[in-house]
Design a protein around this ligand. Structure first.
Ligand code: ZN
Length: 208
């Protein structure tokens, strides 16, 4: 297991990749914020993804984990990297800790598809990239429990909920970054005279 990275080292990876940006943004919700988070931008780099997976897996070194389950799409890469960093489970196929994912079916419900299955009482860690409300992780937990397995813990790279997520299992995140967002008319950054940019735009320039 990799050495524990300090918060500053973790943030440096996110900022180097533009996955955490500081400035003045209009989020997809229409709200304005001084920070923007897009984990896909850091996870596109395999060596960053591997290090982040090791750091997140290390937070669960006391738990016995047989499988990782992630909600698609955001949880896919980090779920894979966390599973790679975990110790080989008992009754292993030799391929390491399996990383499964749940995705929406035709009716829009999260489900295990593609022949993925969980054994009864298998110990599962649910992994996601970002918690804002934690809704996708909550859905993934329900799917795992309906499959008969047992969720023992939940983890995310970034918790933006301000500590409001509550999954009733051991819960760990690498970075706590509470979201501060405003209606345009209440936005302190607008009041200072700057103009919000949409982070998806290719013309985004980081202000600081
Ligand atoms: Zn604003």
């Amino acid at each position: 297991m990799g050495q524990m990275l300090k918060r500053e080292e973790l943030l440096k990876m996110f900022e180097a990749a533009g996955a955490i940006r500081h400035g003045h943004f209009e989020l997809s919700s229409g709200l304005h914020s001084g920070t923007y988070v897009q984990c896909a931008l850091v996870l596109q780099y395999p060596r960053f993804a591997e290090k982040l997976g090791q750091a997140l897996a290390a937070l669960f070194s006391d738990a016995k984990i047989d499988a990782v389950v992630s909600p698609a799409m955001g949880g896919l890469i980090i779920g894979q990297e966390v599973a790679r960093a975990l110790p080989e489970p008992k009754h292993s196929s030799g391929g390491g800790t399996p990383a499964l994912f749940v995705e929406r079916d035709a009716s829009g419900m999260m489900a295990l598809r593609r022949g993925f299955s969980l054994a009864p009482d298998q110990h599962v860690l649910v992994v996601e990239d970002v918690w804002t409300t934690g809704g996708s992780t909550q859905e993934a937990i329900r799917v795992v429990e309906e499959a008969g397995a047992r969720v023992v813990a939940a983890g995310a790279l970034i918790d933006r909920s301000g500590g409001k997520v509550d999954f009733e299992v051991e819960t760990q995140s690498l970075i706590q970054l509470p979201i501060a967002s405003y209606e345009e008319e209440d936005c302190p950054l607008c009041r200072e005279g700057s103009v919000a940019v949409k982070p998806g735009s290719r013309f985004v320039r980081t202000a600081h």
